[in-house]
Write a protein that binds this ligand. Sequence first.
Ligand code: ARG
Length: 596
Amino acid sequence: MSVPFHLAAALDAGLKQAAAAAGFDAARFAPEVRVAAPQHGDFQANGVLAYAKQTKQNPRAAAQALVAALPPEVVALAEVEIAGPGFLNFTLRPAALEAWLAAIGSPSTLAAAAGQALAGQTWVVDYSSPNTAKQMHVGHLRSAVIGEAVARIAAFAGARVIRDNHIGDWGTSFGKIIWAYKQALAADRAALETALAEAPLEEFERLYKVGNSTADADPAVLDASRAELVKLQTGDAENTAIWRRIGEVSVAAFQKIYDLLGIRFDHTLGESFYNDKVASVYAGLVACGVAEESQGALVVFHDENPRYSRHAERPNPFIVRKADGAANYASTDLATILYRAEHFHADAALYVVDKRQGDHFEQLFLTAEKWFARTGRPLLRLEHLGFGTVLGEDGRPLKTRNGENIKLKDLLAEAVERARRLVDEKSGELPAEERARIAEIVGIGSVQYADLSQNRSSDYTFAWDKMISLEGNTAAYLLYAVARIHSIFRKLGVTPGDSAAEAGASPLETPTELALARKLVQFADAQAQCTGTLRPHVLCLYLYELAGAFSAFYTVEKVAVEDPAVRARRLRLCARTVLLLETALGLLGLRTLVRM
Ligand code: ARG
């Protein structure tokens, strides 16, 4: 028997086919097949009731007509039962469960089955995107972690994904840094070079602070740093070289953090990259009547939206060019959209950015929509994947004790250190080197997972003890489940997924075997929902349930039994569980372990 990977979608298609055969009005019938609560079978379809109401039919009779018209492929997959006033409950037949498990024997068959929904699409994921000349701090954690997960999830669903780090590498701050840099150079060249050799980003960050506070206090310095900025903007060689160096040391420091988080960008096209592209954006926006001059600036009103309308009590237009003629965040973001559409042929651009930038993206997208429509360009999907703030246990944005931003580098180092304590305590018998490696994977994974397992729109509380723990929906719990399954295979001298070990498997029989198999096939639903909503917590919730189903199975059933047919079917369950756990953890950006 061959079964579709996404069973709910197949049931949905079957229902629509049945509806047509039974003479339903397709426009009014919108069945919704969803994973059901266990007592209602595997999937439940809603929509019959609403349809019956609309068409003034008896709901049960409508449901019966539908069931009678179900195509034979659907009947082969599941038993159907009419529940209550017209819900349809589907219970997958054990043969269908087995066929599903048999079909995804390896990472590559799984990937092929899962990589359909977005096949042929090009998606740009814009994430991390910190500003240069500053170290990344805890406020940069979520974009990096969520963005990487979203990129992997989209790629797994078949998209060609372009990871773009839209760094903030342009703007007034560079005039101040260059000013301070030149002062330091004149005062003590050797000392400056030593500091830059030792900790270059820290030194540039310090120079920025010096430049900023001196310029604040002294108008002459402010003027001098503005002059440095103008020189930079007009291509002065010395200032360009300093600016370039700032960019390089910043990106090198960022990459150390990205390495820990498993991130590799395809492009780092910062704001400066769009510098020479904004002028034509202004011209285009004016020519098509989207933008207009207002008090010297170039602005866009969105009159249909009371918040951005020219008629608002306090008009708050989208400023796309400042009154002094300079480009801003909006100008470069508009040029970026055009570049992504024309150069990358992107079907979508996703912005993984703090939700407090919601107004910016709302106005940006409204502007792009009108601009593209009026210039006859097909609009790509533009979506702001906003996220909430990382809070401390006091409910306030997470800071150090003296109220400073926590450096991401320090936070990740602390995670590894804390994980090391857990590993030393639980697995003291392993060699020190291996414990160090485990600690890194568990520590970093715990931080990633704690972030991803929350709905990204909400704020979340950063609590070390909860996140680095073997209990609850945590990375350590799931990584441990993976390692435990590997140890089952190790003891038997079998490789997970080896088809010889699964040959001759007898049909699934016991309640926990069946329950685990049912949870395994729901992977496709979790994946589809996660891809649809771009909310990684959906996958986390699924993983937790899967690990729970495995644990329930393994508590009552022995895998290494004498009977080869029983052993083969249980080994298959173990192999699929570990395949899905590893795959999904990988989609979230975590590394996994075979021993822990
Ligand atoms: N550099 C910006 C910041 O630190 C984030 C950029 C996000 N991406 C974008 N295309 N606007 O807030």
